[in-house]
Design a protein. Structure first.
Length: 184
């Protein structure tokens, strides 16, 4: 009778399924939530690119002696970024500006003054820096460099993976894009 119980295989599938299914379920949840994070990252990156591109047109680059206020091209960049976030079904009010990257500001007819670089005190949650020097001029060519607009913001994402350290963990996805100012 003992030999028959040892060689018995009925019910083995249920025991194997009970051991494997929770692990497979957690892997599928992980794939789903990391896919969601990647999708949101792509959407906010596209929104930042749209905002940077919208903030480069010459009709909006008329800021002279700007301080921490939204000029024409900056408000255009914020509006384009917000519209792109809304088109992706993301709430622009959840975005926040993180520490902006440091750039040298162009002193040119495009933006004049020192530009806007500190997002502290700005009424929007999307950081727009303009006009910034995107590329250093070649000394041999005597160029003046390339000026542009930089859009930076962060967007929250919350994982839901029960029984893991990532459960209800909030992370901030950062988006940054820059585009060259158009001169004509």
């Amino acid at each position: 009778m003992l030999r028959r119980l040892v060689s018995e295989t009925r019910g083995a599938e249920i025991a194997e399924a009970a051991a494997v299914l929770p692990l497979m379920f957690m892997m599928l949840l992980g794939i789903f939530w990391f896919g969601q994070a990647f999708s949101i990252y792509g959407a906010i990156t596209r929104a930042a690119q749209e905002g940077a591109r919208a903030g480069t047109f010459p009709s909006y680059a008329t800021c002279s002696g700007c301080t921490n206020t939204l000029s024409g091209y900056e408000s255009n960049a914020v509006a384009a970024t917000s519209n792109a976030l809304l088109a992706s079904k993301l709430n622009p009010a959840l975005a926040r500006w993180g520490p902006p990257p440091t750039f040298n500001y162009c002193v040119s007819s495009l933006g004049g003054g020192t530009g806007i670089g500190s997002c502290a005190g700005v009424s929007t949650n999307i950081c727009v820096e303009a006009p910034v020097q995107m590329a250093t001029p070649a000394p041999a060519l005597g160029g003046s460099g390339v000026c542009g607009t930089v859009v930076t913001f962060q967007y929250p994402f919350q994982f839901w993976l029960p029984f893991t350290p990532l459960n209800k963990q909030m992370i901030w996805l950062t988006a940054q894009a820059h585009a060259r100012m158009e001169t004509h």
